[in-house]
Every structure is written in C-alpha cells, then in structure tokens.
Design a binder for this molecule. Structure first.
Ligand SMILES: Nc1ncnc2c1ncn2[C@@H]1O[C@H](COP(=O)(O)OP(=O)(O)OP(=O)(O)O)[C@@H](O)[C@H]1O
Ligand SMILES: NC(=O)c1ccc[n+]([C@@H]2O[C@H](COP(=O)(O)O)[C@@H](O)[C@H]2O)c1
Ligand SMILES: [Zn+2]
Length: 264
C-alpha cells in the first residue's frame, strides 16, 4: 500500500501582550478564535498560548499593579489546558517594546529543546538544534484590531519594530467593533508586503466587552459577573475604584515618552 505523506503542520505559539486591567472573557476568547482560524487552514497546529501583562512602567491611566493583573490572568487561565501567563515582561524594571517581548519568548522556545540532556556536549547540542529546526514552534503575536490600528498612531510604534513583528513573527488579529483591519492593512505601505503573515480573524459574535467598561461598572458598584472569569478576586480586594482610575493621570504613555524626539 502507498500512502501520500501529509505535509507537517507548523506548530504555533500565540503571544498576547496587553494591559489585562483586568483580564476579560474576550481576552481568553481571542486565543480560541485564533486557534480555530489557524488550524482550519490545515497548515498550523497551535500548541500554546501565552498572556503577557504589560509592566507598571507602561504608565497607562488607571493601570493597577502588575502583580494583581498577573494573578487575575493566572486564575483565568486555570480554565484552559493550553493558555498560560508569563510574567517575565511585567517583572522588567522598565516598559519594553513588544518586539523585545517577542524576542525573549522566541529565545525561550528555542532553548526549550524536547530531547535536551544535561550531559550532551556542546557540539552534539548544536547538531540536535539544527536537526530539530524544522519542528520548532513559530511564535506569533495575537492582538485585537484596535492594537493593529495603534500601529498608525504617530510615535507609538517604531516602523522597524512593526516590520520585524510582521516579517519574522506574524500577527493574528481579531476583529473588534469600529476597526477594519483589512482596510488598515490595505492602506499601509509597511504592512501590505507582509499581508500573508497577518491573519485577520472575524469574530462573528460581536463581543465588545472591554476592561474599561468593567472598571467603570466596578466604580459604580455594578455587577461585572459573566464579563470576566473571576470577579471575586477584584471584589475581595476592592481593586478598581475612583482612586485607582486616577493612577498615572496625565502621564504620557511610556512608548510615547521613549520614542519622542526620534527622527525617522
Ligand atoms: N472585545 C475585544 N475584541 C477583540 N480584541 C480585544 C477585545 N478586548 C481586548 N482585545 C485585545 O486584547 C489585547 C489586550 O487588550 P487590553 O488589555 O487593552 O484590553 P481592553 O479590554 O481593550 O482594555 P482597555 O479598555 O483597558 O483598553 C489587545 O490586543 C486588544 O486589542
Ligand atoms: N512600540 C511598542 O512596542 C508598543 C507601543 C504601544 C503599545 N505596545 C504594547 O501593546 C499593548 C497594548 O496594550 P493596551 O491596549 O492595553 O494599551 C501593550 O502590551 C504594550 O506594551 C507596544
Ligand atoms: Zn485596550
């Protein structure tokens, strides 16, 4: 008997960067939508999802401590067999460009060789790495359409960072009310050549839950049940209040501070 060999599927790890202030059901749902979309192409197998909360140095208005945001994300991810939280980014002293977070996680994936033995010589290690290269998982950035739109905000992202993200990693972008990712890509000379590396995923069940809405409801003493995985953590600690919303008032967002004065 003769069987045609199935082409090997590319393993994918999805990384979502954001405030997660707090994590909502939609943040988790983004991963499920992205996995279905990529696997439906027949080319990919999504093996892991990583939530990476931004550090406090991002200085976004109303951003509460990374320790709480990370803890809430961890509790939320307990319901998933494949999504987890990595706090490396939020443990750094200063805010980091997203491309640096991607570089770090790719490095982590490369060093995580499945058959590494501690006694292997350096040479044997190098050989094994080369042999496994075709099977290395590919890291992709997962985001909502508003984050893609933010690529167009002057001074927020360095063009070379965007270029590296879409050329060396790839982007999975979930539609979100008010944004038109296809039109955005079409209108961008930077993104257009890399359009095949940008997967736009249509969310048919429009779900415009946002962390902003949740924080506002909490300030007003309204229920946030069923909008996020675990309101109890927030309620017990009274995390989102009028005072917490005043954190970093009028502070310029870290990327805008850091990239200000650059002459492109
Ligand atoms: N309802 C949604 N639909 C699609 N993408 C979403 C949605 N909510 C969040 N995202 C995406 O999740 C990532 C993290 O977003 P973020 O932490 O800012 O959540 P948010 O709900 O937009 O919070 P905030 O209201 O504080 O901005 C971003 O890539 C964002 O685009
Ligand atoms: N230049 C950059 O790399 C850049 C600029 C703006 C936001 N970001 C990231 O995008 C995410 C945006 O999160 P919010 O939508 O919650 O603001 C954060 O993880 C932030 O670090 C990166
Ligand atoms: Zn947001």
């Amino acid at each position: 008997m003769y069987f045609l060999q199935q082409p090997k599927k590319t393993k994918v790890v999805l990384l979502a960067c954001g405030s997660f202030n707090p994590i909502t059901n939609m943040h988790l749902r983004m991963f499920e939508l992205a996995r279905d979309h990529l696997e439906d192409t027949g080319q990919y197998e999504v093996v892991q999802g990583i939530l990476s909360p931004v550090g406090d140095g991002y200085e976004k208005k109303g951003l509460i401590e990374a320790s709480h945001r990370g803890e809430m994300a961890k509790l939320a991810a307990e319901s998933s067999s494949w999504i987890g939280v990595d706090t490396w980014e939020s443990r750094q002293a200063n805010w980091l460009e997203t491309v640096k977070v991607l570089r770090h996680h790719r490095q982590e994936l490369l060093s995580r060789e499945p058959d590494t033995d501690v006694v292997g010589t350096a040479k044997a290690g190098r050989k094994r790495k080369r042999m496994d290269a075709s099977n290395e998982p590919r890291l992709m950035l997962l985001c909502g359409a508003d984050m893609l739109d933010s690529f167009g905000v002057p001074g927020l992202w360095k063009p070379e960072d965007i270029e590296e993200i879409v050329s060396s990693y790839g982007l999975v972008c979930i539609t979100r009310g008010g944004s038109d990712p296809e039109a955005f890509i079409q209108g961008s000379d930077l993104l257009w050549p890399h359009r095949h590396n940008i997967h736009v995923v249509r969310e048919w069940v429009a779900n415009d839950v946002s962390a902003t809405h949740i924080r506002r409801a909490l300030r007003r003493g309204h229920s946030v049940r069923y909008l996020l995985p675990d309101p109890v953590y927030i309620q017990e600690r009274r995390l989102y209040t009028t005072e917490s919303e005043q954190r970093n008032p009028g502070v310029v967002l870290a990327p805008l501070q850091k990239h200000a004065g650059r002459h492109e």
